[in-house]
Write a protein that binds this ligand. Structure first.
Ligand code: GTP
Ligand code: SPV
Ligand code: MN
Length: 590
């Protein structure tokens, strides 16, 4: 246990507020975690899975009303409403504290208060940051133990410093009407009540590493982004690192763990995962942009993960993994989800806990946002730089959304500021990662709509400033869309491992070794420059031309729509972006 006065005082304050029966400090030891796992099994919170087939793995079911992030109940409590901006919900901090403390007061009665010291980023890395989460949930403790670095090692690094983030989680009655996920960026404080699901309660993840950290980064010339980090090794053994910002459930984990197509593997190409969800980036001593993954595990979407789509993710979940809201196969005591294989179990329990026959039932066995929490070290393609305190240098930033139409397979921005524009106009169809309608097109700038902890206009400005800071050494910026569909609603691009073919073009653009068509929206590949060899059944050059085609009429309509969208940022919209919009319109009119 720490002697840090600021920590001890706050934990005491929390204890007096939530009045637990017992307080347990998480030290990070396997003995302690094992005891907590055993207790979770005893209370029924955790279901131990087949030790031979899935060693150290557990299943957990949340309440059916608590299965995803809740954007409508997520708040940025800055002193001034304006500082939260038009894309966030805002609450006055003093009112919020009062309401939340009233909700949390006494709520740990009969329960244990777990105090979790955790580091986002390799312990002691100059890019890492420390937080404390108190929680009454064993599920949270065990997930945090996978997703972050926890325990006494963290406390040693923190020492007496007051530079850490407070996080209070109280499950309360998991009442959706009283559910609040709140952030106080000016106080380094997070409070989450009445949820027990993933992104709402693993406070190191979206709450800290994106909402709070984006605010810290703005004030200190660094960036906290909803991005995967991927290393691509060429046959000569040289590595190039890229990041990718795609909205929730739009392919970050898949791209982060992709396996290059056969011909590339045979030629000696490799892909290495550094991160699958969050990147913290800062200018390094060499002037380039360097990134770390602040997390220590993957909280990945289960449905659709299979031996073909993402074998690395599947392999990662074979030990020490917690599954949330998937189906339980009673014959084997293993897990199943839609898209795992074509053989759903007949004797099973579905995600809500009801008996389920996967062969006969029309109901889903797993929730569409069911997840696995798996240690990064399990991943067969984990980068040897994963724990490097310095991180990795980034050559390209890739934005991407789920767009049935309009946006081509890939294009490159004309400059950094044009790249910021490209990120700012991202739109994507909503997914099951958040509650609400699925499949609705909405703006999601830089995939940060639900995660930016301050005014989005200031965030755009910060991006422009980072471009100035990085100058010539700034990464090149691209946009991809794996989700264009044909007249029959089928995806036109095979995706997954074959996205490597698009990465090849991106790398060549970074190296300046391939030409492109200069279109009104940016640089688009010449169809012959995307390698289709080995894809004969899936797409031909004519199909490729279709998904590279820029429909000027559609883009003109898009530009008008962007002008409307931009209005909400008022005078916080950086001039750089209004200039870029004008440039787009002018090029479209030519
Ligand atoms: P979060 O963890 O919510 O941030 O999601 P993510 O961005 O990591 O998304 P993930 O990689 O888990 O993919 C989500 C869904 O997109 C899965 O159902 C995938 O099958 C699907 N998907 C991922 N990559 C591709 C692709 O290249 N093509 C197609 N068609 N679908 C894809
Ligand atoms: C996302 O929704 O982007 C996720 C899952 O990565 S959660 O941790 O719930 O936010
Ligand atoms: Mn995510």
């Amino acid at each position: 246990m720490t002697t840090n006065k600021s920590v001890l005082a706050w934990v005491e304050e929390m204890k007096n507020l939530v009045t637990p029966d017992e307080v347990v400090w998480i030290d990070g030891s396997e003995e302690q975690l094992d005891a907590i796992r055993a207790e979770g099994v005893a209370t029924g919170e955790m279901i131990k899975l087949n030790e031979e087939l899935l060693p150290g793995c557990y299943l957990h079911r949340t309440k059916p009303n608590d299965v995803a992030r809740v954007e409508a109940r997520t708040f940025i409590c800055s002193k001034k409403e304006e500082d939260a901006g038009p894309t966030n919900h805002w609450m006055d901090p003093s009112e919020a504290y009062k309401m939340l403390f009233d909700i949390a007061r006494g709520s740990y009665k009969g329960r244990t208060m777990y105090v979790i010291p955790y580091s986002m980023g390799p312990i002691g890395s100059p890019l890492a940051q420390i937080g404390y989460e108190v929680t009454d949930s064993i599920y949270v403790v065990l997930n945090m133990a996978i997703m972050t670095r926890i325990g006494v090692k963290v406390e040693e690094v923190l020492g007496d410093s007051e530079n850490w983030i407070k996080g209070l989680h109280a499950s309360c009655d998991v009442d959706p009407e009283k559910r609040y996920i709140t952030h106080f960026p000016e106080d380094n404080y997070i409070i989450s009540v009445n949820s027990a699901y993933g992104g709402n309660v693993l406070l190191g993840k979206k709450c800290f590493a994106l909402r709070i950290a984006s605010y810290l980064g703005k004030n200190d010339q660094w960036m906290a982004e909803h991005m995967l980090i991927l290393g691509i090794e060429n046959p000569e053994g040289e590595l190039t690192y890229v990041t990718g910002a795609f909205p929730s459930a739009c392919g970050k984990t898949n791209l982060a763990m992709l396996i290059p197509p056969k011909k590339y593997r045979e030629a000696g190409w490799k892909a290495w995962t550094v991160g699958d969800d969050i990147a913290w980036m800062r200018k390094g001593p060499d002037g380039r942009l360097w990134a770390i993954n602040p997390e220590n595990g993957f909280f990945g979407v289960a449905p659709g993960t299979n031996e073909k789509s993402n074998p690395n993710a599947l392999a990662t979940t074979k030990k020490g993994t917690i599954f949330t809201n998937v189906a339980l196969n009673l014959d084997t005591n293993t897990v199943w989800w839609e898209g795992l294989d074509k053989n759903p179990p007949e004797n099973a329990i579905e995600w809500k806990g009801e008996p389920w026959n996967g062969k006969e039932s029309t109901e889903k066995g797993a929730h569409p946002n069911s997840r696995f929490t798996a240690p990064a070290q399990n991943c067969p393609c984990i980068s040897d730089k994963f724990n490097d305190p310095a991180g990795v240098p980034i050559s390209a930033i890739i934005f991407g959304g789920r767009r049935a139409t309009t946006t081509p397979l890939v294009y490159q921005s004309r400059s950094w500021n044009h790249g910021v524009f490209v990120g700012s106009i991202m739109a994507s169809e909503t997914t099951a990662a958040a509650t609400g309608a699925v499949g609705q097109l909405r703006h999601d700038p830089m995939a940060m709509l639900p995660f930016c902890g301050y005014h989005m206009g200031d965030y755009f400005k910060h991006w422009c400033e980072m471009g100035e800071i990085l100058g010539e050494k700034a990464p090149k910026i691209f946009n991809v869309n794996w989700f264009r569909v044909d007249e029959n609603g089928h995806f036109m691009w095979p995706g997954f491992g074959d996205n490597f073919r698009v990465l090849q073009w991106i790398l060549k653009r970074c190296a300046g070794t391939v030409d492109a068509d200069d279109t009104p929206i940016g640089f688009v590949p010449k169809a012959e420059d995307i390698d289709l060899e080995g894809l004969e059944d899936e797409i031909d050059i004519e199909g490729l031309k279709k998904i590279l085609y820029i429909d000027k009429e559609r883009w003109s309509a898009e530009a008008d729509e962007i002008a409307e969208y931009y209005k909400m940022f008022g005078d916080k919209l950086p001039k750089e972006l209004s200039d870029e919009l004008a440039g787009l319109k002018a090029r479209l009119a030519e």
